[in-house]
Design a protein around this ligand. Structure first.
Ligand code: NCD
Length: 316
């Protein structure tokens, strides 16, 4: 693997192989000394043009636990705020000898540009680009589902027959896009439920069913319910009447949560708008995987960095 830009291009074998390496990385996290020498001498740059808490520190922890040197670069307070282009920034990173670049950018496609422009030799990991993709989030979600279902017997498995319901702001969600591709590649069945205003116009290419009634979709007893954050920062129009109306119609509130079987997993990528798309009772229940998702994120990102940066770069 040379870059990790989207889950759409990952085949089942490669995805399972990455999840299996993440299992090994998770085992390392159980040890007293959580560090491996694998990426000693390599430099990983975290290039964040958009705000982030957990994704940035998760990549930082992952790189450090593989003994890489980590440089954190955020657009605020850098020359980017003086108008420096992505190309100039990339050339600076190249001159510093970056081996890996983890990039989050508000423009869909920016990681792809960085990876294919020839500006840098580094391996590029997409940490979220606009409304396009967020591949490591989908990988950590798949990892979390697999380990809740199969525990120590997870290795080598996909998610065949697992029924996943993704709810909410599909239109603005790179998490939903990456999950639709990855989870179906792994054999899961994905259904999306959202207000009609928060569904992309053309979804014919998506391997997922779309519904508009949350109660109907929950009554079908999915194995996993993944709630998405309302991405207010990407909304420049009135996509729904008001917060109370959204929570009543599309939120996983107490009444809906209480009707779920106790085996249904409740997921959320964070940051959560408690009381809007998800009630506190659901978020803090034993069925919630929110904290596991964060912990698994480090293992999955260690696996991605390891697969990208160990050994000789430049091979196909
Ligand atoms: C997601 C993101 O940034 O796309 N969050 C994350 O990576 N932890 C989802 C979101 O912001 O809603």
């Amino acid at each position: 693997m040379r870059h990790l830009l989207s889950t759409r291009e990952l085949d089942r074998e490669a995805a399972i192989a990455l999840l299996d390496v993440a299992e090994d990385m998770a085992a390392v996290q159980e040890r007293e000394v959580k560090k491996l020498p694998t990426l000693r001498g390599k430099t990983v740059v975290n290039l964040f043009f958009e705000d982030s808490t957990r994704t940035r520190i998760s990549f930082e922890a992952a790189a450090k636990r593989l003994s890489a040197d980590v440089i954190n670069f955020s657009a605020k307070g850098s020359s980017v705020s003086k108008g420096e282009s992505l190309k100039d920034t990339a050339q600076t990173l190249q001159a510093m000898g970056a081996d890996g670049v983890v990039i989050r950018h508000h423009a869909s496609g920016a990681p792809h540009t960085l990876a294919t422009s020839g500006w840098i030799d580094a391996g590029v990991v997409n940490a979220g680009d606009g409304t396009h993709e967020h591949p490591t989030q989908a990988l950590l979600d798949a990892f979390t589902i697999r380990s809740r279902l199969h525990g120590a017997a997870s290795r080598g498995r996909g998610l065949d027959g697992v029924r996943v319901l993704i709810v909410g702001d599909i239109l603005h969600s790179r998490v939903a896009r990456s999950n639709v591709w990855l989870l179906t590649t792994l054999g899961a069945e994905v259904e999306l439920v959202a207000p009609p205003t928060l569904v992309p116009v053309d979804m014919t290419a998506w391997p997922a069913r779309v519904g508009y009634d949350l109660d109907d979709a929950l009554a079908a007893r999915p194995d996993v319910v993944m709630m998405l954050r309302i991405q207010a920062e990407r909304m420049h129009a009135a996509f729904f009447p008001n917060s109370r109306e959204y929570a009543r119609t599309w939120g996983l509130d107490d009444a809906r949560f209480d009707r779920l079987p106790p085996t249904t997993m409740v997921m959320h990528p964070g940051p959560m708008n408690r009381g809007l798309e998800i009630a506190a009772r659901a978020a803090d229940s034993p069925q919630s995987t929110v904290r596991e998702q964060v912990a698994n994120g480090v293992s999955v990102r260690m696996a991605a960095l390891y697969l990208l940066l160990s050994g000789e770069r430049g091979e196909a």
